[in-house]
Design a protein around this ligand. Structure first.
Ligand SMILES: [Mg+2]
Length: 103
């Protein structure tokens, strides 16, 4: 299974679980912007765990939350994330060191 297919298969599985758990029910007080901000809140939780305790299992759990929410949004909005990652990685491999920036 290629990288793109693997990502999209996982995204479909994650989204199906989110739908089953009610996170995509009509009438919820949410939209794309809210869903994107929920990814940011998971990054904040990861930062706070790192700040308090360093790289712990809980820190990994928060990164997993970020990953899960990201794939859920991609699948829920019909984004072919696998193809997008493949295309971007191809482009990044061709870019200069640090992509031409200072850091
Ligand atoms: Mg979390």
């Amino acid at each position: 299974m290629g990288t793109a297919t693997c990502i999209n298969t996982l995204a479909a599985e994650i989204h199906a679980t989110a739908v089953q758990k009610g996170f995509w029910d009509p009438g919820l007080d949410t939209n794309l912007g809210t869903r994107l901000m929920l990814i940011v809140t998971e990054l904040g939780e990861a930062m706070e765990e790192y700040r308090r305790n360093g790289v712990t299992d809980h820190f990994g759990e928060e990164l997993a939350d970020v990953f899960i929410r990201l794939l859920d949004v991609a699948e829920g909005y019909g984004v072919d994330l696998g193809a997008a990652v493949d295309a971007k990685m191809t482009r990044n491999r061709e870019r200069p060191r640090l992509h031409g920036k200072r850091f």
